[in-house]
Design a protein around this ligand. Structure first.
Ligand code: PEP
Ligand code: MN
Length: 338
């Protein structure tokens, strides 16, 4: 249930509602909009919720039931787009956020070089994995904390905020020391302990959709993070597994407008993992922007054929520059910039 306060409701009226929510055994989540405050009631309690108990309180405009199980994540609870700030840029505004970089960070020099190259081509953030979730235990697992240090150095040089994956709930504080955005990968989308930990960290999170998960599963996973009081969450459509074999995954373009309708959180598209082949990445990126994605996360490598992971889907510098030029045209056609 959500309690919408009247415009100009006093601080005392708001705190009275919060006290009532707590006395009923629920948690009160506050959203302060430009004009009015909304109080979300979440949790389980033996006390049944009655609209009347709240609608008659001072300063209350109306009381609504949220019909979906992901309360704080829903548009019903928070009608306006949430904008997630990232070192001077933001996701969820009119500018399409472009996060670019290698699948894995491979060396100090290369990380800095890629950061400079993607920045020059117009990227707004740098991606790079230091802890890699590989399907095979024999594949390259990433450089760990050393890789995080290289990313931090690349940020110092370029000013680009860092997006990097955290897989282990116990390592959230370590990764959060270096990263601007904690990526939760597709394979960990329903690692609920990890979700709660990234929520508690209050760090910005990029939550990727699992390859066999529905949009509702994704929204419920986001709810775990928001339930910890962390509203800085971006969702990511990165392709789902289907019977199709000519591509690595199937990009679910439906997810872009449908998620945008159901949640206030920014929606990012990952055309690299979605299609899996560099020659198709730009087409999928263009489609995602046309469909309303708030941003893109794209794999870029100076020599994709020698990359330690995901080379087949990585754009080289020229490919990334060309993608950016075309993204700007599509962004403009749909009333955005890039
Ligand atoms: C990645 O971003 O390199 C990655 C492993 O992505 P996903 O979790 O979507 O497979
Ligand atoms: Mn990858």
């Amino acid at each position: 249930m959500i309690v919408v306060m009247k415009k100009g409701a006093s601080a005392l009226e708001i705190s009275n509602v919060i006290a009532r929510v707590q006395a009923d055994g629920y948690q009160a989540h506050l959203t302060e909009g430009d004009e009015r405050t909304i109080i979300g009631l979440v949790g389980e309690s033996p006390t049944p919720l009655r609209e009347d108990n709240y609608s008659t309180m001072g300063g209350v405009d109306n009381v609504m039931r949220v019909s979906v199980p992901y309360k704080l994540t829903s548009r019903e609870y928070h009608p306006a787009d949430t904008q997630v700030a990232l070192n001077g840029s933001k996701a969820g505004g009119s500018k399409v956020l472009v996060i670019a970089g290698p699948c894995s960070v491979e060396s100090r020099e290369q990380t800095i070089e890629i950061a400079c190259a993607v920045k020059e081509a117009g990227a707004t953030a740098l991606r790079g994995g230091a802890f890699k979730p590989r399907t095979s235990p024999y594949s390259f697992q990433g450089h760990g904390e050393t890789g995080l240090k290289w990313l931090a150095e690349a940020r110092e040089r370029t000013g680009l905020p860092i997006v990097t994956e955290v897989m282990d709930p116990g390592l959230v504080p370590l990764v959060a020391q270096y990263a601007d955005v904690l990526q939760v990968g597709a394979r960990n989308m329903q690692n609920f302990v990890l979700l709660s930990e990234v929520g508690k960290s209050q760090q910005t999170v990029l939550l990727k959709r699992g390859m066999a998960n529905t949009m509702e599963d994704l929204l419920m996973s986001a709810e775990y993070i928001l339930a910890q009081g962390n509203k800085r969450v971006m969702l990511c459509e990165r392709g789902i597994r289907t019977f199709e074999k000519y591509t690595r995954n199937t990009f679910d373009i439906n997810a872009i407008p449908v998620l945008k309708a159901r949640t206030h959180l920014p929606v990012i598209a990952d055309p690299s993992h979605a299609v899996g082949y560099s020659e198709y990445v730009t087409s999928i990126a263009l489609a995602a922007v046309a469909a309303g994605a708030d941003g893109l996360i794209v794999e870029v490598h100076p020599t994709p054929e020698r990359a330690l992971s995901d080379g087949r889907q990585s754009l080289n510098y020229d490919g990334f520059k060309q993608m950016m030029a075309r993204i700007r045209l599509v962004a403009e056609a749909v009333g955005r910039t890039a």
